[in-house]
Structures are given as C-alpha cells and as structure tokens.
Write a new protein. Structure first.
Length: 276
C-alpha cells in the first residue's frame, strides 16, 4: 500500500520537531526499516497493534502500509499531536491515538475483548520499566500475542542472555521464564534523527508456558531484584535473611558458593517459589 502522507523528514521539519533527550527520543525516518518491523508481526493482516511512543509516526505509517487491521498509539509528547492527527485522517478508521504516559496505561483497556500485538520504537529511558511491566502481566497468558520492539542493543542482549554470561540478569529471567525472546535484526545509528551513539536492535517476544507453575510474576520480580542487586556476591550472602538458605539450596542441589548469574532460569524460578 502506498503512503498518502508527505515524507517523514518533511513532516518533522514542517512541525518544527526536534527529538527531546528528556523523553529518550530518536526519530526513525527510514520507512524500509519501519515496514520490516511491521512485517515481523505475526498474522499482520488481522492484527490489532498497540504502539508505544509513535512520535511523528514513522513506525505507525510502516504498520499501516503493511496492512495491519488497526493501530492504537500512546504518545506523551503533545508536539506530535498534529502529525498523529494527519495519520488518523489519512488512514480513516484504522488509526487512533491517546496522549498519555505509557507507564500509566492500563493494558486491560486496550482493544476490549480482542487480542492484540505490541510494537514500538521504544524511547530509551522507559524501555526497561515497560518491558518489566509487560512481562509481569497478570493473568497469563496475556491478551497480547507478541511484543516486537526496537531498543538499545545492550538491553536486547540482556533479554536473550544465557546463564554464565555477564549480560545474564533480571531482565533475562523475566523475559525467559514464560516467554521466548528472539533478536530479529540490528539497526545502525544512521537510520535515526538525531543519530544516537549506540546501535539499536529489533527484538520479538512471544508469550508461552511458564518454566515453573504456581509462581507469581510479582514474586519473581521482587526475588530477581534482590538476587541480581548484588550479583558479584555468592548465593549464601545474597540470600541471607530469607530463612533457611542452606536448606533450600541443598534441596534444589545448588551450591551456596555460586553467584546469581550461574543459575538457570528454571533454578531461579524454583528458588523464588521456595523462598516465597
């Protein structure tokens, strides 16, 4: 489908927009990349998409051009309202937007009674808290069927990190205990305005069955915060004060001299449940 709107660079110039560092903004101008992100969304022609932080609408337009059923966008920056209003007029009936903070969004209000997908060029400063929020959703499985987002390469690598590596940590566990995160492709700094100092990565997360049944997301979130808050200490020291640490570790056949990064996702989940 052809895009009826002016090139994004012209839109940004016409509205006098500049990326705000305080909002973690970097505008993605390359429609080839935004359309590539859109094509990664499963069953795109029947997909409802929740988009976070559309800015002037680069990814939004890619999604609509690739034929998604509907896009609902949440944007905090009121300067982008006119650009989003123009998209709403051009793609009548398929696009809506709300001016609010995504961290305050109640996802149960999104596409009532319907499944949906999450897509975003995530602002750098809220990527981690948003991911924790989505990955901690209750009930599980959630109504969203996939998360396809672009974020800093460093954060993406933490999501897919394996045990016994320096990048394995809290985000790795929260992403992997009942989901399947996968790196799709990397995006060079030159694709953005302004050009960031880091490479970006598009990652997709598909919800799935939990590694350990009967474990609540809130419990695991709190446990991993404690566990990886002192990651260079041994388990004996990190977990001190939680009760019979030696007994629980022995029951799980885990040496108390190991460090948090040495444990598997399954082991961490079982420990969270045991200490809870």
């Amino acid at each position: 489908m052809n895009d009826p709107l002016p090139p994004l660079r012209e839109v940004i110039k016409g509205l006098g927009l500049s990326a705000k560092k305080s909002l973690g903004q970097n505008f993605l101008l390359d429609l080839n990349i935004t359309r590539k992100i859109a094509r990664a969304i499963p069953a795109i022609s029947t997909a409802n998409v929740l988009e976070i932080g559309p800015g002037p609408g680069g990814l939004t337009r890619g999604l609509l051009m690739e034929g998604v059923k509907a896009v609902m966008a949440v944007e905090k920056d009121d300067r982008c309202r006119q650009a989003l209003e123009d998209i709403k007029q051009a793609y009548e009936g398929r696009f809506s937007y709300h001016m609010s903070d995504a961290l305050d969004l109640d996802e149960t209000s999104v596409f009532p009674g319907q499944d949906y997908h999450i897509a975003a060029n995530l602002p750098y400063n809220i990527a981690s808290p948003l991911l924790v929020k989505w990955l901690s959703a209750q009930p599980w499985p959630p109504r969203y069927k996939s998360i396809t987002v672009m974020l800093q390469k460093e954060v993406a690598l933490r999501l897919v990190a394996e045990p016994n590596t320096k990048t394995f940590g809290r985000l790795s566990v929260l992403a992997q205990w009942r989901s399947r995160p996968k790196i799709l492709f990397h995006v060079p700094p030159e694709a953005f305005t302004p050009k960031p100092k880091v490479t970006s990565t598009v990652i997709q997360i598909l919800p799935g069955p939990a590694a350990v049944e009967g474990l609540k997301a809130k419990t695991l979130s709190a446990f991993t915060q404690k566990l990886f808050g002192q990651r260079r200490k041994t388990l004996r020291n990190v977990l001190s004060g939680l009760g019979d640490v030696e007994g629980v570790l022995e029951a799980e056949n885990i040496a108390p001299t190991l460090r948090p990064e040495n444990l598997s996702v399954g082991q961490i989940c079982r420990l969270a449940k045991a200490f809870n």
